[in-house]
Write a new protein. Structure first.
Length: 203
């Protein structure tokens, strides 16, 4: 397990530099497996370096897709967030953080609820487009909203990755029990970001 100051969302790319000896050891162990991966978990309290942190209980399986070890022993990784994990128990760090975990799949969406869910996705997508237009009109950025749906990854994750959300909002998305709950969390986050930007533009 790799505690970080960010919540990694499924489908999200994570560039990572590893230099602490304990995580160098973890990387060696990961690369010895057919499909190298490790869990990324948001730190609740404390710091990334040195240990002694408190960690949340929902994590993301990070698959290592590229890696390079430098001459000084540091490693540069490119990872991608995959399945969610629920931490059952934190074990002693020996020498790096280890936990017993289990899969944390989404709860099922009833067929009868699908039209309402799609309508909610469409409404949130429109709110995000309006937010991006607000930012562009203020001359702050030229970014455009990508609402492409990719495979089995919930589009809420892909959309959230394009927004300036705080880690509490990102973790709430990650910990949501179902797509219905998750799109509700995202809708509230978009509303908060929009209100904050509108307030800044009033200055």
């Amino acid at each position: 397990m790799f505690p970080l100051g960010m919540a990694l969302l499924p489908g999200e790319i994570l560039p990572l530099q590893i230099f602490e000896p304990r995580y160098r050891t973890m990387l060696v162990d990961c690369l010895a497996r057919p499909e190298p991966a490790f869990g990324v978990v948001l730190i609740e309290r404390g710091h990334e370096l040195g240990g002694g942190d408190e960690r949340h209980m929902i994590a993301t399986d990070a698959h290592i897709v590229e890696h390079r070890v430098r001459d000084d022993g540091r490693a540069v990784l490119r990872c991608v967030g995959a399945e969610r994990l629920r931490v059952v128990e934190w074990l002693p760090d020996d020498p790096y953080p280890v936990a017993t975990v289990q899969p944390f799949p989404d709860g099922a969406v009833a067929t009868a609820d699908t039209p309402a869910l799609e309508a909610r996705y469409a409404a949130v997508a429109e709110d995000i487009r309006n937010l991006f237009e607000l930012v562009r009109s203020a001359g702050q950025a030229q970014a455009t909203f990508d609402d492409t749906v990719y495979g089995d990854i919930d589009r809420s994750y892909a959309w959230a990755g394009q927004l300036p959300l705080g880690q509490a909002d990102r973790y709430a998305l990650l910990a949501a029990e179902s797509p219905v709950e998750r799109i509700g969390v995202l809708a509230e986050a978009v509303e908060s970001v929009t209100a904050a930007i509108q307030f800044q533009l009033m200055d």
